[in-house]
Design a protein around this ligand. Structure first.
Ligand SMILES: Cc1cc2nc3c(=O)[nH]c(=O)nc-3n(C[C@H](O)[C@H](O)[C@H](O)COP(=O)(O)O)c2cc1C
Length: 327
């Protein structure tokens, strides 16, 4: 029987399938079920920098800092610590309850205040930290470089603060994506998670209201991350993890062939429960047997652009009759 063990950011995983950050990784019970189903690791639900800041602002709203300095300090300290302590408790409890690696996650938008707490994730035993960093580039006064600098500053600062591996979960919305990802690798970030899938607004034309696009991904959405992992996994020396649109063993195998070291699942877990991981692990192993692979390293990255006999296929962006057979 083929061996589906692998290594991601230097951490040993029993399976390349990781439960992505979401409400499904928000309690010890849920994390235990994911371990029982065969998850290689879990990324805990994110602690939002925005949420901490918003809340501390809200609790101190209306308090005049000069007149009520003690109360101001007390409330701003208390509200930030409340969320942080609760989160650190979750990391600690999960570490006690499961044997698989537990990756803490922070959704951050600045290289500011939250970073002074970064060491605490490490102190409570997190095996790694995944930073979900995103700025919607709507500020016309900011150039692409200004936006990129925020990512680099966070990378520099976090690597100064912690020794555990750090992954950046990013969007594809950069003018020069390869360059930005290479720069993050040069700043010693340990893994890149491609690509985050965001909440997307939509419009209800009957109710004339803003609503939202489907919360869960569809399997077709795998292509963007698949293309970029294929393009970059042989080019940039860093571990890649795939996220978005992976719903089954076929999706996992494609991403491993493209060069991903690990594959994260979220929508599939919401739709089918943790058991989908057991099925994927079994099918991955059966597929490897059918191809005579005994370890993942024998085929990992085999179809990335660098190894490909048809490298230009990965860079094709326009439909051409010759490529798709439709005129
Ligand atoms: C309900 C829900 C909650 C999520 N919460 C988080 C989160 O807290 N942090 C994060 O980095 N990603 C979060 N995500 C994004 C997922 O981790 C994942 O990257 C995204 O859903 C794409 O993967 P999928 O196609 O397997 O769903 C969430 C997604 C969903 C659907």
């Amino acid at each position: 029987m083929a061996e589906i063990k692998t290594k991601y950011m230097g951490i040993d995983l029993n399976s390349p399938v990781i439960a992505a950050s979401s409400g499904l990784t928000s309690s010890v019970d849920k994390v235990k079920k994911l371990e029982d189903a065969g998850a290689g690791a879990v990324v805990l639900k994110s602690l939002f920098e925005e949420q901490i800041l918003y809340d501390s602002t809200k609790m101190t709203e209306g308090l005049n800092a000069d007149i009520h300095a003690d109360a101001f300090d007390f409330f701003s300290g208390m509200s930030s610590n409340y969320f942080l302590d609760e989160y650190l408790g979750l990391v600690e409890d999960c570490k006690k309850a499961v044997d698989i690696p537990v990756i803490a996650s922070v959704n951050c938008v600045t290289d500011g205040a939250w970073l002074k707490y970064a060491e605490r994730f490490e102190n409570v035993g997190a095996d790694a930290l995944e930073l979900n960093v995103f700025h919607l580039p709507v500020n016309k006064k900011m150039s692409s470089e200004d936006y990129e600098k925020i990512y680099y500053n966070i990378a520099k600062e976090i690597k100064r603060k912690v020794k555990i591996p750090v992954a950046f979960k990013v969007s594809p919305h950069f003018t020069s994506l390869s360059r930005v990802l290479e720069n993050l690798a040069d700043l010693n970030i340990d893994a890149l998670v491609l690509f985050n899938r965001f909440y997307r607004p939509d419009i209800d034309i009957n109710k004339l209201k803003i609503t939202h696009a489907p919360i869960y991904s569809a399997p077709e959405e795998i292509s963007l991350a698949l293309q970029w992992i294929s393009l970059l996994s042989g080019e940039i020396e860093i571990d890649f993890a795939a996220t978005t649109g992976v719903h089954d063993s076929e999706g996992v195998i494609k991403q491993l062939l493209a060069g991903a070291k690990a594959v994260q699942l979220c929508s599939a877990l919401y739709k089918s429960g943790p058991e989908v991981i057991t099925k994927i692990n079994d099918e991955l192993s059966a597929w490897m047997d059918s191809k005579n692979y005994s370890t993942i390293s024998e085929f990992n990255g085999m179809l990335c652009q660098e190894e490909s006999e048809n490298p230009e296929a990965y860079e094709r962006t326009q439909y051409m009759k010759a490529a798709v057979g439709i005129s």
